[in-house]
Design a protein around this ligand. Sequence first.
Ligand code: 5GP
Ligand code: MG
Length: 195
Amino acid sequence: MEVHGKSSQDSHPEVGQVLITRQQISRRVEVLAAEIAEYYRGMELTVVAVLTGSLVFLADLIRRLPLKMRINAISASSYPGKSTDSQMLELSLPAEFDLAGRNVLLLDDILDSGQTIAAVMNELAGHGPASLRSCVLLRKLRPDISGRIKPDYVGFDVPHKFVVGYGLDYDNFYRNLPDICVLRESSRSAERGSP
Ligand code: 5GP
Ligand code: MG
């Protein structure tokens, strides 16, 4: 997929094939926004976005939601540095974080094992919202994990591969790619081979 003659992989040797194009993302975000807007019609919404991966998704989605809304950002780090496997999760919330009696929609970039969303949903539920729903842009198809959390809204189901772009990173790079791409296996296997 090209814009100004550049594809998402150009000049990025670690980035492999485009999995979801920017046009497909845009169409799907439009549909998700319509569903969300319909559900919350006439209500005030509080969007809680998990940084940094959901940043681009957040920006695109909220501009398509004609609702009165507040936006809060929290951070949950589960893949520090170059690791692409599950790590200990660290949550950090803003000092002023008032969700009591609010209609809260949690937004995250990708559901892999489900550990992050489960932990964040649990934390948010403890703040006494009137309602709590979740929305992820991507959900990895993992037959090895059953009975995990089911988000209320899912953008795309993706294969069990490490993906970057549209907010998603590898070592904090590639968030700015407009398409969602697969990270080349060689990048990951080189990393696994190192101490
Ligand atoms: P979980 O806790 O569900 O195993 O992992 C969810 C978090 O891990 C996501 O919020 C994201 O930060 C990170 N993650 C999981 N899979 C991928 C992936 O394929 N690419 C990127 N960039 N991050 C991922
Ligand atoms: Mg994340």
